[in-house]
Structures are given as structure tokens and as C-alpha cells.
Design a protein around this ligand. Structure first.
Ligand SMILES: Cc1cc2nc3c(=O)[nH]c(=O)nc-3n(C[C@H](O)[C@H](O)[C@H](O)COP(=O)(O)OP(=O)(O)OC[C@H]3O[C@@H](n4cnc5c(N)ncnc54)[C@H](O)[C@@H]3O)c2cc1C
Length: 849
């Protein structure tokens, strides 16, 4: 209503102003220009319409004057721009010359990184007018019968075998029977083709397996993630010679070889392309014969699975000073497979990553000599290592860490919803307090976003996409959201989550968070440099075309292409400015979207922010150019806007794919409101910090003409969302699908669900005891067991009600237990001394909180 009034006032104002200078036709003219720009009409259509309107304006006798003269000049310019040879000569050529001077030089490696992967929904969001049909038509992610059977069979069995306290505290490793199970049941073979003995799972199935294991033990899920991610198997799959594939892939699939991939070293972490590790093409002795091979010297650290790996995937920089394999001396980054036993390798020591004892450690190599065939793909792939890595990163980065983080978030949300219901303080479940509800709602909303992003993006990969920019967005945002969910889960559990021991089902997940934040592109770097930096060139509909055209050695063709891109870009920028302004004024109510149901407004708001974002991107790139890369905070904020729109789209698509269950609607609303609010705030932060204050003001008028109109989720909505997981609902089950929630004695998640279901029946009985017993003075005991007996004796509850309440109370007390230890049980030295005396192992004594 307010929007309609404001719109009418604005239009009325314009009408009034223009009656002063030329009447109603001028008003029609302005409306037509805005409409054509909004609809992205071609320059020709624009020129013809303008001619008709200005002609009418003149014929109908508008007074002569400056305004009319300006209109005719604009019209002449519009027609001039339609004459391509003229505009190429006067505008395109000089502009291209200046552009080339400003364009930073780009190495082949950088170009390969930029061009790696495909552009998908991320590209649509850069257009300012995303085509929803493209996203909605993507086939929903699905499991085959075989994949479902793996999740219900071996994966379920693995989860049952895992005792995370034993793994993380006592053993510092997975037990031998778990290693054996992982190796022999195909857990390391999910991405290996069936032709080589692997499982050849879809990206979605791979992701669900990791999420499920992560909901039980992050040591196990990290262990499973690595052989299925960027490393020997994946590189061999795509680039290996047939001989290498036939030798290694079946052995990797059967778990006879354990791989690791070593890129990072003490001197090169985030800037991995600058590794100082070298390979030199040289003659040497191999198995008693002199051959041309590689002499390698390297120092690597943080390498997952290294301590137990049998084959090391190694990245190094290759030189050929004697030109034994070609003309070039510096061939660039190269990847090779080195058997563990090769002389010169030092391997086996372990790092200790934050109490999550998956195998991880350093590797050193001194004058390690291997044949040229060790290069993945053979000698012809020498120097192609960086391209191989960035090409494959786009898929792996969408799966491993996002799936692990989502599995952890599902477990935390499942547990916290139930715990908040069964944990009572101030005579109430803590989950009924508003403060706790807002934490739980955040957990639920973020978990839904994480799960949507993981699911829909995996579905896109299965449909053939290799989305490189979304992979960075997922890596950053899903792991960061995992951090927020873990924090909230800890807070809601209070002391229960702080005290380590076999009864603590949250703390190890909490400890894992910074590992996910750091690996596969540390998060600060990913946010500041990668998401927008890569997206701006890769996804923008014109930037890469302009760059390629300007660099085209075939000059004539280059000018033609540059001309098309440049004028397309200009029209695009003008259109986005108009679209942004109109949608901000109308709150996007006039924007058509395919959805007509309760989520329609969120579709419209994504389109609105897409137009504002695309406009802001063009202004920033035009005025800041390469300097934008240095202004990391501006890039990061634009990346946040892009990510918020991407994630909101994933939520809408996921909700659609799930069949739009009405019960989930509050969660979808919370998620979309949260994300779109973030988009608004980050866009506003971008404007506040934009260095050119005049342009910042102009952008503000076109992006936020009505100020900041989007609000974060309301408290009332948070309450409805929290209630969905503090009750045993279908929405709770859907949200936490694939978490390991089976009811068995060692699984807290199963036991919590059981207690939650019992709470629904127990609470009315407790309430009756309070009203009829405590308030009337017939029940005076302070604790529940005492109250049950007194209420039974007073006839307030029946024997069967007393029995069910006793059962419930016993189960709740079991769940809120924390562990305590004898002093000598804590500390490695005390443990070793105790073991040396061969005393029977003391068990952690349990203590009721
Ligand atoms: C447990 C664990 C397992 C790992 N497994 C493997 C493995 O199997 N194989 C492998 O090769 N590597 C592995 N790694 C290495 C991992 O990929 C690196 O830790 C990561 O790339 C970051 O490098 P770094 O730790 O040296 O941090 P640094 O590069 O020193 O970065 C320090 C900080 O600076 C920030 N930063 C750096 N550059 C920029 C920039 N331009 N703009 C903004 N911020 C920036 C980073 O985000 C980070 O916050 C593992 C690491 C860990 C901890």
C-alpha cells in the first residue's frame, strides 16, 4: 500500500514537472524510455520509439526551446550509434586502445584459473534479470537405488561402529576394524568409475555419505573426504594415462593404496601457485638402468592422510635446464604420483589438528628420483598441474567441506532442538525462552540454507555443471554458517557441551569448525579475493568477452567483438540502473516471476537485488578497474551480495524440489529474509565505503531511493521456526535427513529423539502434578522422582502415568549427564604411566549434572 502511494506520488510529480515543459507526450516519452530500458530493448527499437515520440511531440506543437533541442540531439546520437562503422571509428577503437593499456597482463595460468569450470546460476545473478526457468528446470538431486542402499547399509553400519570419544581421546586414530571397513566397503572409491572397480557415485550421493558420517564423527568424515576429493584418484580420472588408470584406480578403489595430495608447504599456503618445491628433468638410475626422470626436492606440511599414505600426489615446479624433454626451461607446476617407499622421502610424523585426529602430517623429499611416467598424464602433462588443479577444484570444493559442515549442522540442530525441550530451568523447557528460541531459529534457518546449497548445487553438478564460483561461495558460506550453528548449539547446551568425555556429543564438532574454515582456500582469502574476483570476470555477461576481444591478435575480428560487447555492456548498465530504481521504488511488486505462491515475494526480491548488484558492479569496475582487487573489503561485500542471492535461490529451488511442504514455510521465510537482509546490508556497506562519494550518492539514489526497506526475520517468525525442531515434527526430520539418528544405546542423536517424543506425553502429566499437586500443597517434593511418588499416592496421576514419567525422567537424566575423571586419567603422561603398570583401564565415572 505504502509502495503504491509512493509510486503514485513520484509519477504524479513527474507528470506535473513535465506539463510545465511540454505536456503529456513528454511524460509518455520518459515512461517509454524507462520501459524500454527496463525491458532491455535493442538500440534500434529504442531509436525508432524515440523518433515516433519526438516526432509527435514536435507535430503536436510543443513550444520550441532548449528541451526540444536536447531531445533532437539525443535522437541524432541514438541513430548515429546504430551506424556500426561510424561508432567503431569514433568510439570503439579509441576506447579499446585505452582499455588495453589499463588491462592488467594475465599469465596463461591465471587465464586458465579464470576460465576453469562452467557458469551456471551465478551467471544469471550477474545479469540483473535472472531467468528463473533455468534454475527451476534443473533436475532435482536424486539418489539411485544403489546409492540409497549404500547409505542405508554400509554407511549406517559404519556410523554404528564409530565411537568418537574412543577415536579422538583414547586412540588418536580410527580403530583398525574401521580402517578395514572403509578400505574394503568402497568408502574411498566413490568418485572412481565402475570400469576401474569404483562406486561411481553421483555428486549428490557422495555429498550425502559425507554428511551422514560427519553427523557421527568428523575424524571419520575427514578421512573419507580426502581420497574422494581433489587428489590422485580425481586427477587420474581426468588426466591420467590409460596405463596409470589401469594400475592405480582399481588399487585405490579396493583400498590397497591410500592416497594423499601434497601441495601446501611452509612457504606457500594460500598462495599455493608460488610453491618453491622443485622437480628437475635429469638423468638418473632407476631400477638399475639409466633413464631420464625427475629429481624432486620438496617440503610439505598439513597433508591429510600423509602419515599412512602409500602413494603421494605431489605438486612441484618443473624445470628442464638441459632441455631433455623440450625447448622450455621452466615448465611450471606439475603433478606426479610418488610411491611412499621411493628413496629420499621422509614421511610418517603427524600433526595434531585441534583434537580431531584424522591422519595429517608433513612430507619431506630430498633428491627423490622417479621416472617421467610418474607425472599424472605422462610427460605431455608436464607444466599442466595448475590447470588440472583449478579445473577439478570447482567440483570437489562444492562437496567435501560443504557436506561435512552440513552434516555437522544437522546433528547439532537435531540434538539442540531435543535438548532444549527436555532441559528444564525456571520450571520450563529452556526452548520456550525467547533468547534460546532465537538461537535455535538461527540454527534451523542456517542449516536449511546449508542443506539447500549443498543439495541443489550437487544436483547441478550431476546435470553436467562444474560451477567454479558457486564452489567458492559454498566453501566460504557453508563453513561459516557451520561455525554459527556450532556456536549456538554450544550456547544452548551450556555446561553439558563444555565438559569433554564420552557423553559430550557436540564439542568435537565445535572443535572441527576452524579446520573446515582453513582448508581448501582459507575463508578470509576466499571471501576477499576469490568469490567476487573470479565471479566478476567469469560470470559477468560482458567483461570476459571484452577482455578476450581486446586481446584478440586478429585485430579486425577483435574490434567487431569488442564493439558488440561494449555497446551491449552500455545498454546492460543503463538497463540495470533503471531496473534497480524502479524495483526499489515498487519493492519489486511489478516484477513477474514464475512462482505465484507464498514465496513469490522472495523471488521478486532476488531479482531486485540482482539488478542493483549488477549496476553497482559495473560502476565499481568502470571507476576502480584493477584497483578493485586491492580494495578487498569492497570486493568481499559484493561477493556477499552475490552469495546471499545465490543461497536464497538455492533455498527457493530446494523448497520447490521438496514439493513445497507447508510446514517448512516458516523456515524458508526465515532463510530468505535472513539472506536478503544480508544482501541489503552488504550492498549498503559497499556504498558507505565506496571511495568516490559522488558516485556513491548517485548509486544510493538508484539502489535505495526509499532507504533500507528490508528487515531481518521477526521474533514471531523465530518462535515458529524454533517450535518446528523442539517438537517431533516432519519438518525436523526433513531438515536433518541423512544425519545418523538411529536409536541405539551409543547414539545420543537417537536417544534425544526418543526423549523428545516422550516429552510430548510427559509434559501434560507434569503440568497436572504442578497444578493439582504443587499449587495445592499436596505435592511438596522438590525433584521429579519425589513428585511422581507423591502425586501417585495422592491420586493425581495413575500408575501407568507414573511409570511413563519415571521412564522419561530416567532417560532425560541419562542424556544430561556429563563425565568426570580421576586426576590420573587426564594427561597423556599419566595415561602412559598407568598403561605401563598394566592396570585395568579405569572407566570415566559419570556424574549427574
Ligand atoms: C588440517 C589441515 C589439513 C590440510 N590438508 C591439506 C592437504 O591434504 N593437502 C594440502 O596440500 N594442503 C592441506 N592443507 C593446507 C591448507 O590448504 C592451507 O592451510 C590453506 O591453504 C591456508 O594456508 P596457511 O595455513 O599457510 O595460511 P596462510 O596462507 O598463511 O594464510 C593466513 C591468513 O591470511 C589470509 N590470507 C592470505 N592471503 C590473503 C589475501 N590475499 N587476502 C586476504 N586474506 C589472505 C588467509 O585467509 C588466512 O586467514 C591442510 C591444512 C590443514 C590445517
Amino acid at each position: 500500500m505504502l509502495a503504491a502511494i509512493v509510486t503514485l506520488l513520484v509519477l504524479g510529480g513527474i507528470a506535473y514537472a513535465f506539463t510545465q515543459v511540454g505536456g503529456i507526450i513528454t511524460l509518455v516519452l520518459v515512461a517509454a524510455v524507462l520501459y524500454l530500458a527496463y525491458r532491455r530493448s535493442s538500440l534500434l527499437v529504442f531509436s525508432v520509439t524515440l523518433t515516433l515520440l519526438i516526432g509527435a511531440y514536435t507535430v503536436l506543437g510543443a513550444p520550441a526551446g532548449a528541451w526540444k533541442a536536447i531531445l533532437w540531439i539525443v535522437l541524432a546520437l541514438a541513430w548515429a550509434l546504430n551506424v556500426r562503422p561510424l561508432r567503431k571509428l569514433l568510439i570503439t577503437r579509441p576506447f579499446m586502445k585505452a582499455y588495453l593499456r589499463l588491462l592488467p597482463s594475465m599469465s596463461a595460468t591465471e587465464r586458465e584459473a579464470l576460465e576453469a569450470g562452467t557458469v551456471w546460476w551465478d551467471g544469471e545473478l550477474f545479469t540483473g534479470a535472472p531467468r528463473w526457468e533455468r534454475l527451476l528446470a534443473t533436475r532435482p538431486a536424486q539418489l539411485s537405488a544403489e546409492e540409497q542402499a549404500f547409505l542405508d547399509g554400509p554407511c549406517e553400519e559404519l556410523c554404528r561402529m564409530l565411537d568418537d570419544w574412543d577415536i579422538t581421546h583414547r586412540r588418536g586414530d580410527l580403530p583398525p576394524e574401521v580402517w578395514q571397513f572403509l578400505r574394503t566397503r568402497g568408502f574411498f572409491a566413490m568418485i572412481i568409475p565402475k570400469a576401474y572397480g569404483g562406486l561411481e557415485f553421483s555428486a549428490y550421493a557422495h555429498s550425502c555419505v559425507l554428511a551422514k558420517i560427519a553427523s557421527r564423527s568428523t575424524t571419520a568424515s575427514s578421512t573419507v573426504a580426502v581420497p574422494n576429493s581433489l587428489g590422485p584418484a580425481e586427477l587420474l580420472n581426468h588426466y591420467g594415462t590409460e596405463e596409470q588408470k589401469r594400475y592405480y584406480l582399481p588399487r585405490l578403489a579396493r583400498g590397497e593404496e591410500i592416497p594423499c595430495f601434497a601441495l601446501t608447504g611452509p612457504r606457500a599456503g594460500s598462495d599455493a601457485a608460488s610453491i618453491p618445491d622443485t622437480g628437475v628433468v635429469a638423468r638418473g638410475i632407476w631400477q638399475g638402468r639409466e633413464i631420464v626422470g625427475l629429481k624432486l626436492n620438496f617440503s610439505k606440511r598439513y597433508i591429510t592422510l600423509a602419515p599412512i599414505a602409500t602413494v603421494v600426489g605431489l605438486a612441484f615446479r618443473l624445470f628442464d635446464p638441459e632441455h631433455l624433454i623440450g625447448e622450455r626451461t621452466d615448465l611450471g607446476i606439475t603433478c606426479a604420483l610418488i610411491p611412499r617407499e621411493t628413496p629420499g622421502i621422509t614421511i610418517g610424523r603427524r600433526h595434531f589438528p585441534l583434537n580431531i585426529p584424522f591422519q595429517n602430517g608433513p612430507i619431506e623429499g630430498k633428491d627423490v628420483f622417479v621416472p617421467l611416467d610418474a607425472i599424472i598424464g605422462g610427460p605431455k602433462m608436464a607444466g599442466q598441474g595448475w590447470r588440472m588443479l583449478v579445473e577439478q577444484l570447482s567440483v570437489g570444493r562444492c562437496i567435501s567441506l560443504p557436506s561435512n559442515a552440513t552434516g555437522g549442522a544437522k546433528a547439532a540442530t537435531w540434538a539442540t532442538g531435543a535438548y532444549a525441550r527436555i532441559r528444564r530451568q525456571f520450571n520450563s523447557s529452556v526452548g520456550r525462552f525467547e533468547g534460546v528460541q532465537s538461537a535455535i531459529a538461527r540454527m534451523v534457518g542456517l542449516t536449511y540454507i546449508m542443506d539447500s546449497a549443498r543439495t541443489v548445487t550437487a544436483g547441478a553438478i550431476d546435470a553436467g555443471e562444474k560451477p567454479s564460483v558457486p564452489s567458492a561461495m559454498l566453501k566460504y558460506h557453508v563453513t561459516e554458517m557451520g561455525r554459527l550453528v556450532a556456536n549456538d548449539a554450544m550456547d544452548v547446551h551450556g555446561g553439558k557441551a563444555i565438559c569433554l568425555g564420552p557423553h559430550n556429543y557436540l564439542a568435537r564438532g565445535f572443535e572441527t569448525v576452524p579446520i573446515g574454515i582453513t582448508v581448501e582456500g582459507a575463508n578470509i582469502l576466499t571471501r576477499s579475493l576469490i568469490i567476487f574476483g573470479q565471479g566478476a570476470v567469469r560470470c559477468h555477461p560482458y567483461v570476459l568477452k571484452e577482455m578476450n576481444a581486446a586481446r584478440n591478435p586478429e585485430r579486425r575480428r577483435g574490434i567487431d567483438d569488442f564493439d558488440a560487447a561494449l555497446f551491449g555492456h552500455m545498454g546492460f548498465a543503463i538497463s540495470n540502473a533503471v531496473r534497480s530504481f524502479v524495483m526499489a521504488l515498487t519493492l519489486a511488486r511489478v516484477q513477474g516471476v514464475p512462482d505465484k505462491g507464498p514465496t513469490r515475494r522472495y523471488f521478486q526480491h532476488v531479482v531486485r537485488f540482482s539488478a542493483s548488484f549488477a549496476f553497482a558492479v559495473d560502476v565499481a569496475m568502470l571507476t576502480l578497474g584493477g584497483y578493485l582487487k586491492k580494495k578487498e573489503n569492497l570486493s568481499a561485500r559484493l561477493g556477499d551480495v552475490l552469495s546471499a542471492m545465490y543461497l536464497a535461490s538455492m533455498v527457493l529451488k530446494h523448497y520447490n524440489d521438496e514439493g513445497q511442504p507447508a510446514e517448512d514455510l516458516p523456515i524458508v521465510e526465515w532463510a530468505c529474509r535472513h539472506l536478503l537482509y544480508q544482501a541489503q546490508e552488504q550492498l549498503h556497506g559497499f556504498l558507505r565505503n565506496f571511495p568516490n562519494r559522488f558516485l556513491a550518492g548517485l548509486m544510493r539514489v538508484l539502489i535505495f531511493p526509499r532507504g533500507l526497506t528490508y528487515f531481518a526475520p521477526a521474533d514471531r517468525l523465530a518462535r515458529r521456526v524454533a517450535e518446528l525442531v523442539t517438537n517431533p515434527t516432519e519438518a525436523r526430520k526433513r531438515l536433518c535427513r541423512y544425519a545418523y539418528t538411529s536409536l541405539e544405546p551409543s547414539n545420543a542423536l537417537g536417544l534425544l529423539e526418543e526423549a523428545l517424543e516422550l516429552a510430548v506425553g510427559a509434559e501434560p502429566i507434569e503440568q497436572r502434578i504442578r497444578v493439582e499437586g504443587v499449587r495445592t500443597g499436596r505435592v511438596t517434593a522438590l525433584d521429579l522422582p519425589g513428585r511422581i511418588e507423591q502425586a501417585l499416592a495422592a491420586g493425581i496421576i495413575s500408575e501407568s502415568e507414573a511409570a511413563s514419567l519415571r521412564d522419561y525422567d530416567r532417560k532425560v537424566m541419562e542424556l544430561i549427564r556429563v563425565d568426570d575423571f580421576a586426576p590420573h586419567e587426564l594427561g597423556v603422561r599419566a595415561e602412559r604411566e598407568r598403561e605401563a603398570r598394566v592396570e585395568p583401564a579405569p572407566r570415566a565415572r559419570e556424574h549427574v549434572a
